[in-house]
Structure formats: C-alpha cells, structure tokens
Design a protein around this ligand. Sequence first.
Ligand code: MG
Length: 223
Amino acid sequence: MIKAVLFDMDGVLYDSMPFHICAWSEISAKHHLDYVPEDFYLLEGCTGEYTINLLYQRTYGRNATAEEIKILYREKANLFTKYNDGNPMHGVADVLKQVKDLGTQTLVVTGSGQKSLIDKLETDFPGHFKREKMVTAFDVKRGKPDPEPYLMGLVKAGVSAGEAIVVENAPMGVQSARAADIFTIAVNTGPLPDQVLRDAGANLLFPDMPSLAKSFQEIIKAR
Ligand code: MG
C-alpha cells in the first residue's frame, strides 16, 4: 500500500532545469572554471557546495574555500532567479491530482537551496505541499546522491521505504532514492540518455509527465 509519493522539484515539478544550466554555465565561465553544460545535468540534485568543489578540483586541484562557495552559489542563485520563468512541468498537475484522489500524501525532496522556487511550492501547487513536509538543501548535510534526503523524506512522511514512491528526473536523485530502498520512477525531462537513469537504478522510466500520468493508476495498483 503506497502512503506517500516523494517528488523531486527541478525537472519534475518545475520546468526549471534549462535556467539552472544557463546560470551554472555563466557563473563557471565567469570564474574560469573547467565545465561543459552537461555537467550540470549529471550533477543535478547535488548540493551547490558539492558542485562547486567538483569544478574547483577539476580546474585547480583543490576544494573551493567557504568564501568562494558562498560567493559562487549566491551569484548562481541570483542569475537563476533572474532567468527562471517559474513554469510548472507540463503534465505534473494531472499526476498530483491522481495522487490526491487516492488520498496519498505528497512531499518534496530537493537538493535545491533556491528560495525563489521553494517558497512558491505551496502557492503554485495548493493543497499538495507543506513546508514542514519538504526536504531541501537547508535540511540535509550530505545531499543527493547520498540516501540522506530521501530517508529524511520518509521520516517526515511517517512511512517506511516500502510504502513510498519517488518521482525523479536526475541520475544523482535516482541513486539517492534507490540507496534509501524506495521504488523510483524516473521521468527523463532533460537531454541525458535514458540509459544514464537506468544505470542509476530507476525502477521505471517515462519520457515525460503526461506519459507517467497515463500509467500512474496502474503503477499504484501494482505496488
Ligand atoms: Mg530534478
């Protein structure tokens, strides 16, 4: 019996990934860091600190200082807020309605610390998400791909791993959820090959939210 569905935020609830990629790429170029845009799809879900340290290690062979992390993440967050149009992912409203009609609770588990989106969740998806039932970058120490965020999501939902389902779009997020032993549906809303999400451990894979919406009832019944 499924009692909770744990949703990732970027690339699942919001069509926000292209704006994250623009912001990360622009800031990385400005600070002369060695990157390609695909890095940020592969690293999606990790904390900003993890991403910045990885780029510093690759470019300078050392971690960023606390000050460098603070400056870069602030600049990236500001750019993202400037670019982001705040549009929900096409088809997500249908999935959320189906979850609600089943009487199943919905939670957000995101690696994001972007207040510009987190603060909008309750108003953009009324009746679905509450701040006390969210796990964000502000709540965790290690972040995805560590199981910590999804384990915390289970605690906040008050359910066991077997009573939950995760909806994710990113390989690191899928790894995190599978490491927490939760059945994980990947929705490939970005440019990465499907195989990356399969290799991360996704139990099911859909190309977009409307496809998931069509099969959602069957998935829940089968669990
Ligand atoms: Mg995501």
